[in-house]
Design a protein around this ligand. Structure first.
Ligand code: SF4
Length: 590
């Protein structure tokens, strides 16, 4: 098998772990099983998984759906496929959501309702038919868009056309985890039980919950049921809304879906679909209207999962429908639709945690290759960002120490905080920093943030800079910093989310099946994943040294260490928070 895998392997010399990943991927897919691969950033997971999957596809005739979260991740996969194509032919296509491919930014919801509206009004002229696409490569997202527009064709239709003939389709998450896109790709390009690869899959349980999760304004829900349908009588659904609104509990069990009959949900679906036939008569351009439509549309499947659903009021205006655990939805969203599944991430947190979280059995492999650089990992003691300790003195103490560190490091450094508010409070206390600071902000548009990150990266060879970012924010996951673009990372705090009733309910449900795992899976695991994701921004690309710090006493706890990947666990040293500048100096001076 090794020789066959190497036919699809793009490099002369595989790195440690890559052939193992490719072989396990191949075996998992041909056997129709599920595998999670945890491996650090930068070891070449993508090319390894692709070579195993392409061989499995060649031998089984099945196509491959490769899911990525962001544009840059899609383009990274395209880059690898192009390298493979120099050795073996690979017919592939990237496909993003309609909203990101369409120059008018239309979203796809029930067969592209905005799109047909815009086309009908002759606002869009990219309507030339896409029978032939010819040889267009490499297929980076921007290239697909510009090539299609140049030909007077719709970029979305162009992508779909490419995908029809492709063995490998690189799509974004929505095509599997969004109920309104869910069957679209399968029908449009006739995908039949393909193999599935999920990149950056550590949040897959949350994405599965997204499938049924819905939020809408209560007045809009009533509005649709009454204003648009006065004579169709959705009494069961109206009763459900009344019950939730009148309840004194913060969380109402999904058992109240018993008021809604199957016939009623089918009638509701038909009624909503009809509305889309005359978009000009409804408020489709209003987000609150669309949220309410989506909420109602999800009731049909929610009804079949009533025992796993809750309804919660959010403030006075909003109603939230939440599935409790992914385990009952796993089959519908993933298990039944794909013939074999491989999930990849640097931060799953171990087999027990992941399989408890998803509620399924799976194979697990952790790859921990030797590193070429000198990687130091510290847990800094004597500091905690626990909510109870957040006072001015804490922000000041953090600011004093981090101000001294950037000048000791070659290139850029990233410092990540548990929230925007926390980051801003520390920033206010920083008196001087001898490298320029780039501050992440919620106010920045995606384009502005991108520009900021590009400018930050350019500083790597121009004296270095500091990025202040937020754990779980826009720059701590998915963004690649190569080599000196981030030579070191300091993770300030362990970003536990504030507990709420829903999280407590989830934890207790998990405890029923897996005693003692509830709190860990619901509270600790996501916090550790966010921290490791941020720290791992600094470990891509070769250079001599990397220093990673986790600053919070809580990182010493065994239930936290348990979820850390081996490349971190086996290198941990302890240091006092105040001694950190001296430690950095010693490491980077030698
Ligand atoms: S046809 Fe394509 S380019 Fe035109 S509005 Fe629809 S999605 Fe956008």
């Amino acid at each position: 098998m090794l020789r066959d895998i190497l036919r699809y392997f793009p490099y002369e010399d595989p790195r440690e772990g890559q052939i193992e990943i490719a072989a396990r991927t191949y075996e998992t897919l041909v056997r129709g099983e599920t595998l999670a691969i945890e491996a650090p950033n930068g070891i070449g997971k993508t090319s390894a998984v692709l070579s195993g999957a392409l061989l499995a596809s060649e031998r089984s005739g099945r196509r491959i759906l490769y899911l990525t979260r962001t544009h840059s991740q899609t383009d990274r996969v395209v880059e690898e496929v192009e390298k493979i194509s120099k050795k073996a032919e690979v017919v592939y296509a990237p496909i993003r959501g309609m909203a990101s491919l369409c120059p008018f930014n239309t979203g796809l919801f029930r067969e592209g309702i905005f799109c047909s509206f815009i086309v009908k009004k002759r606002i869009c002229n990219y309507t030339k038919s896409v029978d032939e696409v010819g040889d267009v490569r490499p297929l980076f997202t921007e290239k697909v868009i510009s090539e299609a527009l140049k030909r007077g064709q719709c970029p979305y239709a162009f992508s779909i056309r490419l995908a029809k003939d492709s063995t490998l389709i690189i799509a974004n998450y929505i095509y599997v985890f969004d109920m309104f896109y869910y069957n679209y790709l399968f029908e449009k390009i006739r995908l039949e039980k393909p193999f599935l690869i999920i990149d950056e899959a550590h949040n897959v349980s949350d994405r599965i919950l997204d499938f049924l999760r819905a939020r809408a304004r209560i007045d809009r829900l009533y509005d649709i049921l009454s204003r648009y349908s006065s004579d169709t009588g959705f009494n069961g659904i109206i009763r459900l809304l009344d019950e939730v609104c009148e309840s004194n509990s913060k969380i109402v069990s999904g058992e109240i879906l018993k008021f809604v009959s199957k016939d009623e949900t089918i009638k509701l679906r038909e009624f909503l679909d009809k509305m889309f036939e005359k978009p000009e008569e409804a408020d489709f351009m209003d987000n609150s209207f669309m949220d309410a439509v989506k909420f109602l549309r999800k009731l049909e499947i929610a009804r079949e999962n009533a025992g796993n659903i809750v309804f919660c009021r959010e403030g006075k205006a909003d109603l939230l429908m939440e599935p409790i655990l992914p385990r009952n939805l796993y089959g519908k969203v993933l298990g039944d639709k794909f013939s074999g599944i491989v999930m990849i991430s640097g931060t799953f947190g171990g087999k027990e945690a992941l399989s408890t979280e998803l509620g399924i059995d799976l194979d697990y492999m952790e790859i921990n290759p030797r590193r070429e650089e000198e990687l130091s990992v510290f847990i800094a003691e004597g500091i905690t960002t626990s909510y109870r300790k957040r006072e001015k003195e804490l922000y000041k103490a953090i600011a004093e120490v981090i101000s001294e560190i950037p000048s000791t490091v070659e290139g850029n450094i990233g410092i990540f905080f548990p929230s925007y508010q926390f980051m801003e409070r520390v920033y206010e206390e920083v008196r001087s920093m001898d490298k320029p600071v780039f501050l992440e902000s919620r106010e920045k548009t995606a384009r502005e943030n991108r520009e900021m990150i590009e400018n930050f990266k350019k500083m790597a060879d121009a004296g270095g800079a500091v990025l202040f970012g937020v754990l779980g924010g826009r720059n701590s996951e998915g963004e690649d910093f190569i080599g000196k673009e981030m030579s070191s990372a300091i993770v300030v705090g362990l970003p536990y989310r504030k507990p709420n009733d829903l999280m407590r309910l989830r934890a207790s449900k998990i405890n029923e099946k897996s005693p003692g795992m509830g709190y860990k899976v619901v509270f600790t695991l996501p916090a550790v994943r966010m921290a490791v994701q941020a720290a791992a921004r600094s470990t891509r690309g070769h250079r001599k040294k990397v220093t990673v710090v986790f600053a919070d006493d809580r990182y010493k706890r065994s239930d936290v260490i348990e979820f850390l990947p081996s490349w971190i666990k086996e290198r941990i040293s302890y240091v006092k928070w105040g001694d950190l500048p001296g430690v950095f100096k010693r490491i980077w001076e030698t």
